[in-house]
Design a protein around this ligand. Sequence first.
Ligand SMILES: Cc1ncc(COP(=O)(O)O)c(C=O)c1O
Length: 410
Amino acid sequence: MTPTLDSVRELDRRDPLADFKARFALPEGVLYLDGNSLGAQPVAARAALDATRDQWRDELIKGWNQGWFDAPERLGDLLAPLLGASTGEVIVSDNITLNIFKLLGYITESQGRARPVILSEGGNFPTDGYIAQGLCRFAGLEHRVLPEGADLADYLDERVAAVVLSQVNYRTGRLRDMAAITAQVHEQGAEIVWDLAHSAGALPVDLHGCGASYAVGCTYKYLNGGPGAPAFLYVRRDRLGTSWQPLAGWHGHAAPFAFDGDYAPAPGITRFRTGTHSALIYAPLEASLRLWQEVDMSALREKSLALTELFHDCLAELLAAEGIADITPPRAERGSQVAFVHPEHGYAIVQALIARGVVGDYREPGLMRFGFAPLYLSYEDVWQAARHFREVVERREYLEVRFQVRSEVT
Ligand SMILES: Cc1ncc(COP(=O)(O)O)c(C=O)c1O
């Protein structure tokens, strides 16, 4: 049965996370279901950005000694508890693509180049596979692909140095068993780099509890760090040895201001820095991470599941009647998104929804993705978004010519 407006308003009244919504600056009239692509702006982010801009004007070069230079480690320490990691194990730097490159190079170097194969997965966000391919090409390694749906055991052997997998799939939102897979890979003597792009800030992550040694992820999605906000990289303390990472830059040097002729990696996580970072873009992210310190992650998970369930319950009959496939995984295997497929009109349906202020996104072929960020979405928002979806489809609004035009970013 479709939930009533009264029933969802009651859920909002009882929601322990309800007060967080006021701490985000969402435009009037927008129902934002795209926090899995770019998170909303925390109110505090704007002030932080302004303060850093003023700091640049007033303090000039002195700003680097006033919190700019050590931002990658400071923000890494703020993020660590959200990932189930410890202080000194996380750095905020560069982007996911570069961070995977650094980790894969570091792992093969740490293993003494004894194993020649890097394994990435076919159904993952493509950059993870591209960068694994790139490293293999330039380092003389072999790239192997785990096809979507294949059994990992069939692709793991004593030649595999490292595997790159996403904990939550970017298309379907399917959540993997990180503990079991990490153990399986370690048993084979290989390492695994977890991509947490769709996990961090979407659900509780327990890197230590899962035995994970390496991970990367972004901060511009559920963590609301802003467009182009830097990514993170995690290495468990016992893996922080003496090896080099391949992007050996001056900020990752043991003594960057000694300007030595030769590279020597900094101790600890700092060696995963490369060159100069943007102090400006760290400022809003820091404001957001401070807000995240207040969030009860189990309440977040509970609400995330309730929101995805609500969206599904409101639309189940319509989807069946209209031949729209719901590929959202079952509760226990779900991230914080819902995925529907309509090969012919998926793109136009998303465009028609955006025109009504309901923002989701589209991925080829035919995939409509809706992300649910529990900090700034209410139950009523989700109910209203489902109502718009129903109207767009039932009234065939998506057939209008203006919704067929493709933009560069979908
Ligand atoms: C799973 C996954 N990995 C990586 C990326 C992007 O990586 P980068 O930060 O290098 O742009 C995305 C972007 O959406 C993603 O979903």
